[in-house]
Design a protein around this ligand. Structure first.
Ligand SMILES: [Zn+2]
Ligand SMILES: [Zn+2]
Length: 154
């Protein structure tokens, strides 16, 4: 991804990809920065940096248990940046949630939104095509909670 032209992003062996696809892929990945000169000759290369390091991933597993939208097992999920790092979002528990690949695509391409509620858990807002009122939905592992469970959890 050229820093001066992010829309010119390409994937090796695949060619050009859209910015939306780049953002979805870039949500949960490791990055290596290669600094190039005007002729795209590398001048410097960084160490690989993982956006969600293992300790944060474990914290997400404990809080979310599974894909927050469909309940797919945690081992199949990506860590999603609720506010994208390219827009200044932090890599933190409060800005992350677990989504399986297909639900992750729904969030990046099909109008689903995620926010962290007052309960410090992620919530989903469906797109108008799914729910015209856009009523927020609890994360999957919290949908079966009863009022009593919530009272116990404080
Ligand atoms: Zn899912
Ligand atoms: Zn994402």
């Amino acid at each position: 991804m050229p820093a001066d032209a992010p829309t010119d992003t390409t994937l090796e062996f695949m060619g050009s990809i859209t910015e939306a696809t780049m953002r979805a892929l870039a949500c949960d990945m490791s990055v290596t920065t290669v600094v190039v000169d005007g002729e795209r000759v590398p001048l410097d290369v960084s160490r690989e940096k993982r956006f969600f390091p293992s300790h944060l991933r474990k914290a997400l597993y404990v809080r979310d248990h599974c894909c927050i939208k469909c309940g797919a097992p945690a081992g199949r999920t990506h860590a999603h940046h609720i506010r994208h790092w390219a827009d200044g979002g932090q890599t933190s528990l409060e800005n992350g949630c677990l989504l399986c690949p297909s639900c992750h695509a729904d969030v990046h391409h099909n109008g689903w939104e995620v926010f962290i509620g007052a309960d410090h858990h992620p919530w989903l807002i469906p797109p108008p095509a799914v729910d015209p009122k856009r009523t927020p939905l609890r994360a999957y592992n919290r949908r079966t909670l009863t009022v009593d469970d919530l009272a116990l959890a404080g």
